[in-house]
Design a protein around this ligand. Structure first.
Ligand code: NAD
Length: 505
């Protein structure tokens, strides 16, 4: 890790840097920052205090059209798609290194935008985003075609080509990292990209675009249009010249992406959507203390605004009381709401007032449905300016309750007692979602059986949220289709071409 991200910075220094920050607010099209055609703006709010950070250019359909046209020109020119693999690798590797060099600024932009702690940005989001570009840079000369075994009067090869213009539509919970997961494999495969960040977290993507050009990325290859989902996002989804949409966000909007594709040009669509992931803790767990600590991190990390949040905690009855005691101890120790610019803070505000009201609404539903509220349940009294919600624990939850079924996307854990592994699997699979699951057991057969039987794209055994770039990230059922990270993600941004030669006799 470069000095720029590893250096220790105090809370006062972060505040002073935040005050001095002059973030880019325009759109980035064809290698330049430009105002939106209609000169529309939207206010960008800091969720830690409700204050306006700055006004951002608000792109609409006209700006999307310009960005897609630029991306299409760049694609067709071959300046990127036909660049020698080694050169494209060099650009992406340099880009990764520039992300590390500008790590503190990128961290600050996301922390101000969506409220996550600066320490998490510096230790997780920035280095993992840089690493994502490095990983996909290294895939470029490993994308291979094939020569098939045909009759001797023919020669047949299959090559892999890029798709064209790829749209990336991303959420606000990991603004930089979700953008990296989408952009990196698309660029590695030789596509050009139009990125639409979430309207709640528009800033870091613009710095990313500038760094791409600094790294040697040609104009038009990476474009960024900020704007609202229902106009800029919709225009991208419906665009006739977009070959693929890579979407991360809610299941509801993920379904819309598939509708847009059907209503327009049958573009390819991959979706990474919501979850209600189970963390299963069985009585034969080797170390209940460690499991409780992971369970706490699994639900309260990033304020619970994580697609793979382990929000349903299924605990075998004989260890239920002991688990709740340990979970409560670690939750209070590890997650205390605070100023996200204080390096000691582990839990910031939620992204917006709407998200805060939504989460508090679910807490009310939990109380009305008769779950036991063990702790939390409101807004911390010393942070009434920002959009905070206390870490909250409901126990004695049953599988029928709303808080056991719907994605809350906030720091709310629902603990459900289970009689054993069979009931745990039954409840785990009784969900519209299937993103991730955690299994805690010391019995090898039980671990393998549950890993086989649980309907989810990602299974963790005796851990939670572990992984690296080789791990396919995506879900079963309504958690989406397609996989981020992993080598397959770069192949998803290619299409095969079959070339058949008649050699004569
Ligand atoms: P969202 O669906 O509201 O928004 C996501 C993106 O879609 C934003 O850029 C938004 O502007 C755009 N959008 C919204 N409405 C649109 C419309 N009508 N047409 C086109 N675009 C539109 O999601 P969010 O609230 O930003 O993010 C939270 C969701 O993201 C959660 O459900 C979470 O689980 C999911 N998520 C999933 C993963 C994963 O890898 N599975 C990762 C992170 C977040």
């Amino acid at each position: 890790m470069h000095i720029s991200t590893a250096e220790k910075v105090t809370k006062e220094e972060w505040h002073s840097r935040a005050a001095d920050l002059r973030p880019e607010t325009r759109l980035f099209i064809d290698g330049e920052f430009v105002e939106s055609v209609q000169r529309k703006k939207f206010e960008n709010i800091n969720p830690a205090n409700g204050e306006v950070i700055t006004e951002m250019a608000r792109g609409t359909e006209e700006d999307i059209n310009l960005a897609v046209a630029a991306a299409r020109r760049a694609y067709r020119s071959g300046i990127w798609s036909r660049m020698a693999p080694r050169e494209r690798m060099d650009v992406l590797a340099k880009f990764a290194s520039l992300i590390e060099d500008h790590g503190q600024e990128l961290a600050l932009l996301d922390t101000l935008d969506m409220g996550k702690s600066i320490t998490e940005m510096i230790t997780v989001d920035v280095p993992f985003s840089a690493h994502c570009f490095q990983y996909f840079a290294e895939t470029i000369d490993k994308i291979e075609g094939a020569v098939t075994n045909t009759a001797s009067d023919a020669f047949h090869y299959i090559s892999r080509e890029p798709l064209g213009v790829v749209a990336a539509i991303v959420p606000w919970n990991y603004p930089l990292m979700m953008a990296a997961w989408k952009i990196a494999p698309a660029l590695a495969a030789g596509n050009t990209v139009v990125l639409k960040p979430a309207e709640q977290s528009p800033m870091s993507a613009l710095l990313l675009a500038r760094l791409f050009v600094e790294a040697g990325g040609p104009p038009g290859v990476l474009n960024v249009v900020n704007g609202f989902g229902e106009d800029a996002g919709r225009a991208l989804g419906l665009h006739m010249d977009v070959a693929k949409v890579g979407f991360t966000g809610s299941t509801e909007v993920g379904k819309l992406m598939m509708v847009y594709a059907g209503q327009s040009n049958m573009k390819k669509v991959t979706t990474e959507c919501g979850g209600k992931s189970p963390q299963i803790i069985l009585a034969d767990v080797a170390d209940l203390d460690t499991a409780a600590k992971y369970a706490v991190n699994g639900i309260y990390g990033n304020q619970g605004e994580v697609c793979s949040a382990g929000s349903r905690i299924l605990v075998e009855q004989s260890i239920y009381g002991e688990f709740l005691a340990r979970f409560t101890h670690y939750a209070k120790d590890l997650f205390v709401p605070g100023d996200p610019l204080d390096p000691a803070t582990t839990m910031g505000p939620l992204v917006s007032k709407e998200q805060q009201s939504r989460v508090l609404g679910y807490i009310d539903k939990g109380k009305q449905e008769g779950a036991t509220l063990n702790f939390g349940g409101g807004q911390p009294s010393d942070f009434d300016q920002g959009y905070y919600v206390e870490p909250t624990l409901f126990s004695d939850v049953n599988r029928k309750m709303i808080i056991a079924n719907e994605e809350i996307f906030g720091p709310v854990a629902a603990v459900i007692p289970v009689s054993g592994p069979e009931e745990a699997v039954d409840i785990a699979n009784d969900s519209d979602f299937g993103l991730a699951a955690g299994i805690w057991t010391s019995d090898l057969n039980t671990a393998h059986r549950l890993a086989r039987d649980i309907e989810a794209g990602i299974i963790w055994v005796n851990c939670y949220d572990h992984g690296d770039m080789t791990q396919p990230w995506g879900g079963f059922k309504q958690s989406g289709q397609g996989r981020d990270k992993c080598f397959d993600a770069v192949l998803q941004h290619t299409q095969t071409k079959s070339v058949w030669f008649n050699l004569g006799s």
